[in-house]
Design a protein around this ligand. Sequence first.
Ligand SMILES: C[S@@+](CC[C@H](N)C(=O)[O-])C[C@H]1O[C@@H](n2cnc3c(N)ncnc32)[C@H](O)[C@@H]1O
Length: 286
Amino acid sequence: MQQDRVYLGDCRAVLETFPAASIDLIFTSPPYADNRRKSPYTGVGIDAYVEWFLPISNELRRVLKPDGSFVLNIKERAIHGERQTYVLELILRMKQQGWRWTEEYIWHKKNCYPGKWPNRFRDAWERCLHFTKEKRFKMFQDAVMVPMGNWREKRLSKLSDEDLVRHESNVSSGLGRKVSNWVGRRLAYPTNVLYLSTECSNRNHGATFPKALPTWFIHLFTRKGDLVLDPFMGSGTTAIACIKTNRHFIGIEVTPQYYEVACQAIEREKAKVLTTNLHSSAGCAK
Ligand SMILES: C[S@@+](CC[C@H](N)C(=O)[O-])C[C@H]1O[C@@H](n2cnc3c(N)ncnc32)[C@H](O)[C@@H]1O
């Protein structure tokens, strides 16, 4: 297995050649379930989706380190006015495979344009399902902290007696809160909803996610130098996010046209980094 490269091929077969427990984070967005088969790559039908994905998720589980994470960006389609259930079925089957369904993050597409449908509204969010092998896994929450914003001034300026004591959860979850703990702090932990715009221009691929999406999870679940895998690499977005954050990557892409797009994007990004480093080392040498 070679780091920092994209493999051309079906990820199921390519993954079998990778060593066990070698990857820190898997971040990916598989092809949409699609019975129309209009896309350049063969779409997987809705009825066959779960059975198609399970051998791949089995391989992903094998190559992931015990303390690693697998984040699956996916959204079930609505067909004939009804949401399909294959993602829910997939979660249940992956749990049977031995995965822990640790969390569900939501990517809210904040730049969605409006539309009109007879029985629903614009679909403006996608799931980022977080699976792990173990209960304890690497997570660097401080790396994704966000400014407290207005809440800080409004809520923390006048603390009541109630705010000074710890409140246990009403549902006996064992989790509690003490509002006064946040006084004097500028940063807070984010929620599990990410508000990110889509980025589709100039990517030569019709189903890209924005760089900010893998970047956020890369910061949350890896350290510099760790290895990130995207088995459905598409235009190379995850690889670019890795280069920008000093992580190693491996990508797999089955469609030659997209493989080329990814390789070119990666070369451009590497060249940018080289130029930046040259400029900064030139500065240091003075
Ligand atoms: C939703 S797109 C991923 C887009 C990517 N996240 C990006 O930002 O460009 C899914 C990609 O998976 C590729 N693909 C489909 N089946 C595959 C397989 N069995 N192995 C590897 N890649 C596959 C498709 O060609 C497509 O480029």
